[in-house]
Design a protein around this ligand. Structure first.
Ligand code: NAP
Ligand code: MN
Length: 260
C-alpha cells in the first residue's frame, strides 16, 4: 500500500513523521506523496483540513487517518504516544471506513462560476460593515439577512464553527447541510429567521449580496475576498471524504471525547 504523511510542520510533528516513515517502511508500505492510497496526517484538525484540500482531485481514491499532536483533533483518531499500536493496526489492516460528505459552492459572476469544496463549512462574512445577503432556498426567495454573515456547514463540520454559532450537531449519516447566522440584526426594520436551519441533500441555497466589496468567502481554513460576484449557490456535493477507522469510533463518542 502507498501512503503519504501530511504534517503540521512543527518540530514535534516532524519527529513523529520521521518515526512513522521508519516503521511504515518496516512493514513494506511505500511512501508516495503524489499518489497515496492512505493519507496520514500528523497535527490537528487544521492539518486534516489541509490534507483533504491537497488531495481534493483524488478524493474518491484516497482514505485519511489522523495522528494528533496537541489541541483538539476531532478528525484524528490516534494520539502521538500510541504510534506502535497505530502501525500495528495499519499492518493488520482491519478497519471500518466512514464517509463524510463535502459541501460545494459555485461562486458566479455574469460570465462564469468557480467551484469550491469544504469539509467543515463555508461562511460568507463581513466583519467590518453590516452585510446584506438575500437568501433563496431552491430558487424561492426566503429572507433578507443583515448582519455579520452566514455559515453553511456539513455534518462533520457541525461540531466546528457551526457549534460556536449555536447550530445543531448533525450526525454524518444524515445527508444534509446546515445554515447558521453570524451576528444577525433583528429589529423593527430587519428580520431573519434566527434559527439554525437543516436542509436535505437535494436542496440548494443561493446567496446574493448587495454590496460585495468587503465580503469574504471562507472555505474551511482558507478564505477568498469576493469582488464582483452575482450569486453563490451552495449544496451538498456528491463527493465524500473517507476516513479509515481501525477502532470503533462513533460520531457521538467523538463528540463526547472532544467536548465533555
Ligand atoms: P483552527 O484553530 O485550526 O480551528 C479552530 C478549532 O476548531 C481547533 O480547535 C480545531 O481543532 C477545531 N476543529 C476543526 N474542525 C473541527 C470539527 N469538524 N469539529 C470540531 N472541532 C473542529 O483554525 P483554522 O486553521 O482557521 O481552521 C479552520 C476551522 O476553524 C474552520 O473550518 C472553522 O470550523 C473553525 N473556526 C471556528 C470559529 C469559531 O468557532 N468561532 C471561527 C473560525 C473558524 P484542532 O485544534 O485539532 O486543529
Ligand atoms: Mn488547528
Amino acid at each position: 500500500m502507498k501512503y503519504s504523511i501530511i504534517s503540521r510542520g512543527d518540530d514535534f510533528s516532524k519527529q513523529i513523521e520521521d518515526y512513522l516513515h521508519q516503521r511504515l517502511n518496516d512493514i513494506s508500505m511505500k511512501n508516495d506523496q503524489e499518489d497515496p492510497d492512505l493519507v496520514i496526517t500528523v497535527g490537528g484538525d487544521g492539518t486534516m483540513l489541509k490534507a483533504v484540500h491537497q488531495y481534493l482531485n483524488k478524493i474518491s481514491k484516497v482514505v485519511f487517518v489522523g495522528v494528533h499532536t496537541g489541541k483538539l483533533g476531532f478528525y484524528t483518531d490516534f494520539i502521538h504516544d500510541d504510534l506502535d499500536s497505530f502501525v500495528d493496526k495499519i499492518e493488520k489492516n482491519t478497519y471500518n471506513d466512514v464517509s463524510f460528505p463535502l459541501l460545494t459552492a459555485y461562486v458566479c459572476n455574469k460570465t462564469h462560476c468557480i467551484q469550491y469544496y469544504a469539509l467543515n463549512e463555508m461562511t460568507l462574512i463581513n466583519p467590518f460593515h453590516t452585510q446584506h445577503i438575500d437568501v433563496f432556498i431552491n430558487d424561492e426567495y426566503f429572507e433578507s439577512f443583515q448582519g455579520t454573515g452566514l455559515c453553511i456547514s456539513t455534518p462533520s463540520g457541525s461540531s466546528a464553527y457551526n457549534k460556536s454559532l449555536g447550530g445543531a450537531l448533525l450526525h454524518p449519516d444524515i445527508k444534509a447541510f446546515q445554515m447558521t447566522e453570524i451576528g444577525s440584526i433583528n429589529n423593527r426594520v430587519y428580520r431573519t429567521i434566527s434559527s439554525p436551519m437543516i436542509f436535505p441533500k437535494e436542496h440548494f441555497l443561493t446567496l446574493k449580496a448587495k454590496d460585495f466589496n468587503e465580503v469574504t468567502l471562507t472555505i474551511d481554513h482558507m478564505h477568498r475576498n469576493l469582488h464582483s460576484f452575482e450569486y453563490i449557490k451552495l449544496m451538498l456535493s456528491d463527493k465524500f471524504v473517507r476516513f479509515r477507522q481501525y477502532d470503533d469510533n462513533d460520531f457521538w463518542s467523538r463528540v463526547h471525547k472532544s467536548f465533555l
